[in-house]
Write a protein that binds this ligand. Structure first.
Ligand SMILES: [Zn+2]
Length: 388
């Protein structure tokens, strides 16, 4: 039996559920947890698409849908330009065992005409396509993810042992704006581990040295330099407008200041520290996981605090920990994977062992708890001098 296109479409429309655009918009506005799948070609998607949609071109539907929507009972709404390709795609997904599939009818053209919200991804140049090719091949990153990275703003506290690998790899990955807070100059004793600096830059400001290296590595990256120490007086100015903060400066006064300001401004902090042959890393996500004060509400009395003096550190150690921090930053920016929220990962280089400790949020936390008592920045500046 020969069947025309009209016959095939009529069959498909009978077999699937369709959703009108106004109803779809209402459900999205209400925050319904559904996966929007754009089944048009990649070039069409690039020219503009619905917010939060993922692109699975119809030609790749069977091959890629399980990666985009692993749960076959999850609600999925497909759309295309006019409602035809998505209707056929919806029937295919039903055949594959997806139980809650709908097809938007009409499609994107009408959606746009009605001036409903549309996202136009940044146009990527040929040079960027080549540079980030290995990211574009990952469905979890792809063009949309790379665009997120290029638009992202990450603030690095400290351009030292941890900051060096973090800055190098985030710049290589195409994180578009990297802020640096470091008031130091490059010292010969830094070069054993702070791999972003070079011998000929001893004596130069660290922020300038980092900028020079990153500019040579990736011209897409804008470096915002702050050659100053973080204090309660400048923390508001320095922290505003960043997506993620990477904390690589390890002393008590700044640790509390970073924590307090980041919680108040609701910016996630990827925290790392190293000591001799050991290091640890965790992610402080404000009001989602514990903050530093949930664990240690107040600094210990100065005479019990660990020394603020410089300690020895194996040269490669901050490299390992910095890479873990950079990994968490990319996951946060891309919205993929399980972040290290509420988990402290410790690393022992001599034993070559990783361990994970659970960290819990404290409802009685003086900062992020139910009845906070800390509402302004506390000055622990004299802390090291007193304890030294
Ligand atoms: Zn807390």
């Amino acid at each position: 039996m020969i069947r025309s296109f009209q016959d095939v479409m009529a069959d498909a429309r009978r077999a699937i559920r369709e959703v009108p655009l106004d109803a779809l918009k209402q459900r999205l506005d209400a925050g319904e947890a559904l996966t929007l799948v754009d089944v048009r070609e990649a070039e069409e998607f690039r020219a503009g698409h619905l917010p939060h949609a993922v692109n699975v071109p119809r030609g790749f539907l069977e091959a890629r849908i399980e990666q985009a929507v692993p749960d076959r009972d999850a609600p999925v709404v497909l759309y295309c330009q006019g409602g035809t390709r998505s209707a056929l795609a919806a029937r295919t997904l039903a055949e594959m065992g997806y139980t809650r599939v709908e097809s938007a009818n009409p499609g994107f053209a009408q959606w746009k005409d009605r001036q409903y919200p549309v996202v136009v991804p940044r146009a990527m140049s040929d040079a960027q396509r080549a540079r980030y090719a290995r990211h574009l091949l990952l469905p979890e990153v792809g063009e949309a993810g790379q665009a997120k990275l290029l638009d992202a703003r990450v603030l690095l506290l400290g351009a030292g042992g941890l900051g060096s690998p973090v800055a190098l790899y985030l710049a290589a990955a195409g994180v578009g704006t990297l802020g640096l807070v470091d008031g130091d100059t490059v010292d010969a004793s830094n070069l054993q581990r702070q791999v972003i600096h070079t011998t000929d830059r001893v004596g130069a400001r660290k922020v300038d040295s980092v900028e020079q290296t990153l500019r040579a590595l990736n011209p897409d990256v804008r470096v915002v330099k702050h050659c100053e120490r973080l204090t309660r007086d400048n923390v508001d100015r320095l922290f505003d407008g960043w997506d993620v903060i990477v904390d690589g400066c390890d002393n008590f006064p700044t640790r509390y200041l970073v924590n307090d300001a980041a919680v108040m401004k609701r910016i996630p902090v990827v925290h790392g520290s190293v000591f001799r042959f050991e290091g640890q890393v965790t992610v402080f996500a404000p009001y989602e996981g514990p903050c530093y004060r949930c664990l240690y509400p107040q600094p210990p009395p100065a005479h019990l605090a660990p020394s603020c003096h410089e300690a020895g550190v194996l040269g490669v150690l901050p490299g390992t920990l910095g890479m873990l921090q950079a990994t968490e930053v990319l996951k946060i920016l891309l919205g993929v994977g399980d972040r290290l929220v509420g988990r402290l990962l410790t690393y022992d280089a001599l034993a070559m062992k990783f361990r994970e400790l659970r960290l819990r949020r404290d409802p009685a936390c003086p900062l992020c708890g139910e009845h906070p008592t800390i509402t302004d920045y506390v000055d622990y500046e004299g802390f090291c001098a007193a304890g030294g």
